[in-house]
Ligand binder design. Structure first.
Ligand SMILES: Nc1ncnc2c1ncn2[C@@H]1O[C@H](COP(=O)(O)OP(=O)(O)OP(=O)(O)O)[C@@H](O)[C@H]1O
Length: 607
């Protein structure tokens, strides 16, 4: 049998978490739970008494005026209560949404600020997904819980009132109601739990179907779909996912059928016994019809309160499992310091140092970097080169503080970066990392990374430095044109090289005192690349900078070059020094330049 993971937080702790959040964000939500529950009980009682009371008056032969007054009283009470219930229902939702949104904000904040290694931890990623699932809609735990608590309160209140009513009559009826309602609940609960138990399976089908329905619409796939003739394959994939989902739903419906059969059978049994008992009582004690009617209606009513209590308890238990994931995610330990950490010193220039640093990625066996000692002086322009997988990006990740070394220390102006508030440390860096990471917003927002207080002169300047002025001038709304087509149909699509320049402009706008560029020109044409090299001194003036590149010639404008190999610094020096040394760097440079020379020779011969 599949082992069910026990939630870390109990039902009480999860309810307390929600109540605390609501108390801080929207107190009205709590008040409305109690008020709505009270109205539900009052409405049920008014409905229970209306017919028997009128019947009693008729049996007593009261004057028409009095009869009409009774009818009027009940009608007014019912109208008033129904009106109040409708009003409360209408006003409760915005508050409940606000509380859920407050939790969504907590989760987003955690996702954006959690220590970087957590972002790659599959257990934490799963937890984040589960926390998001618990807050994603009106019917998910973080919002639905208010309806569950309201129903639970109403059912408890209603059952307490009915207990008082039956206590005057017979314990037998109470026992009958509780036993049949509980049996009904457990049978249907066991069966209806089926969907909950198969929730992961259902989600997998939904995910698959959603992927195959939406993915073919992605612009990036449009070319491949046509060139490879992918339409039939995509249709097959879609059909396969649809069939799997339909088969799941059919299985679920077959299971639910038994829940309905059990429900009908137990209701019949309860009503049959209650009928027999109440008819006997009526005959023995000579009860009027109104009393018989009152008690008979109350039997069904009480049974539904009992079923309600059990159903809502079970619902609360399920929601608590989901809410526990939210709390577990929000409380995952942070290996880095944030709020409690020191602020990095304000300085004219920053020295970065790797002191006997070794590093292996979490969950792996191999050191990617081993016993590295390196000092990058304030204002120095350092280039890092090496073959694919040598560990250049990893070294930069350590310098930026995305990972802490497995051994050794990273120092900023002599102080271990583990002592700093890591968010404050990140503020020192401007960076262009590998891969495209631009959000679909306006170009100006992409560069400034904010929606408000954008320094438009600075945006223009940075775009000019990155060599984008001309391209952007052709866009319909200049820097206010939307980037990308995923969100805005009128957005522009930039080429790979232009996107890379946009990322460079973004790094320049941030203007941090340390600049890190990880292959920032990989997608640029030679002219654009040369343009960036020409401006490199301007861009890095007064900054400490690290530049990773595969084009060895491009590192010539740096003060020092590191050649990384076998997890360490194999060679270092200026371009000239490394060539003169005749080592691995010189060899690699020779291979690269031979390629260009051969191309050149060939071209010349052809012409
Ligand atoms: N998150 C990770 N988990 C485990 N191993 C990783 C991770 N990221 C990178 N590696 C491994 O670390 C090694 C160094 O990768 P890194 O990206 O630092 O190399 P690189 O020199 O920057 O390569 P490239 O020139 O291709 O960009 C590679 O063998 C890679 O497979």
């Amino acid at each position: 049998m599949k082992h069910r993971e026990k939630p870390k937080y109990s039902v009480r702790q999860n309810v307390c978490f929600m109540v605390r959040t609501a108390w801080e964000k929207r107190r009205r939500v709590l008040l409305l739970c109690v008020v709505v529950a009270a109205i539900k009980v009052a409405l049920d009682l008014a409905q229970l008494y209306v017919t028997p009371e009128i019947l009693t008056r008729v049996e007593q032969g009261v004057p028409v005026g009095e009869l009409l007054t009774t009818i009027g009283f009940f009608t007014a009470a019912l109208l008033l209560l129904q009106g109040a219930a409708a009003y409360c229902d209408a006003i409760r939702m915005p508050g409940e949404v606000d509380v859920r949104c407050a939790i969504i904000r907590m989760i987003s904040r955690k996702s954006g600020e959690t220590s970087y290694p957590n972002v790659h931890d599959s257990k934490i990623l799963k937890l984040e997904e589960q926390a998001q699932r618990a807050t994603s809609g009106n019917d998910d735990a973080a919002e639905h819980i208010w309806r569950t608590l309201t129903e639970l309160l109403a059912n408890l209140g209603g059952f307490a009132v009915y207990l008082l009513l039956f206590s005057r009559l017979s314990r037998f009826l109470i026992l009958l109601v509780v036993l049949t309602a509980a049996a009904d609940f457990f049978v249907s609960h066991y069966i209806s739990e089926w969907e909950y138990r198969h929730r992961d399976e259902r989600e997998q089908y939904d995910k698959e179907l959603h992927y195959f329905l939406t993915q073919p619409r992605q612009i990036q796939l449009a070319k491949d779909i046509r060139v490879f003739g992918l339409v039939p394959w995509l249709r097959e994939l879609r059909e396969k996912s649809m069939k799997a989902l339909s088969a799941f739903i059919a299985r679920r419906e077959r299971t639910y059928l038994w829940a309905n059969v059990a429900d009908v059978a137990l209701t019949l049994l309860r009503n049959g016994i209650a009928y027999a008992y109440l008819i006997r009582q009526t005959l023995v004690h000579g009860w009027p019809a109104s009393t018989f009617l009152l008690y008979f209606t109350a039997v069904s009513g009480a049974a539904s309160w009992v079923t309600g209590i059990l159903t809502q308890c079970s619902q609360l238990h399920k929601e608590s499992i989901d809410l526990s994931k939210i709390q577990e995610y929000l409380n995952i330990p942070e290996p880095f310091r944030f709020e409690g950490g020191a602020q990095p010193p304000a300085a004219d220039g920053y020295e970065l140092r790797l002191e006997n640093v070794s590093f292996r990625y979490p969950g792996t066996e191999r050191d990617i970097l081993s016993h590295i000692d390196l000092t990058i002086h304030p204002g120095e322009k350092l280039a890092v080169v090496g073959l694919n997988g040598a560990g250049k990006t990893t070294m930069v990740m350590l310098l930026c503080g995305f990972y802490d070394p497995t051994e050794g220390r990273v120092l900023l102006n002599g102080q271990d970066i583990r002592e700093f508030d890591r968010s404050a440390y990140y503020r020192l860096f401007s960076a262009v990392f590998q891969g495209f990471s631009i959000l679909d917003t306006t170009i100006a927002e992409c560069v400034a990374q904010t929606t408000e207080h954008i320094d438009r002169v600075k945006v223009d300047h940075c775009l000019a430095q990155a060599g984008l002025t001309e391209a952007i001038a052709k866009f319909p709304q200049g820097v206010d044109t939307h980037f990308g087509r995923e969100v805005y149909l009128d957005g522009v699509q930039l080429s790979g090289g232009q996107t890379q320049r946009l990322m460079l402009a973004r790094a320049l706008y941030k203007d941090g005192p340390i600049l890190v560029l990880d292959e920032p020109t990989a997608a640029l044409d030679p002219i654009a690349e040369n343009d960036i090299y020409q401006k490199y001194s301007d861009m890095t003036a007064g900054k400490t900078s690290v530049f990773i590149s595969h084009r060895l010639a491009s590192t010539r404008f740096c003060d020092r070059i590191l050649f990384i190999a076998d997890g360490g610094i194999a060679e270092e020096g200026t371009h000239k020094e490394l060539l003169a040394k005749g080592g691995a760097y010189a060899e690699l440079f020779a291979v690269q330049s031979r390629y260009y020379q051969e191309g050149g020779v060939q071209d010349e011969e052809e012409s």
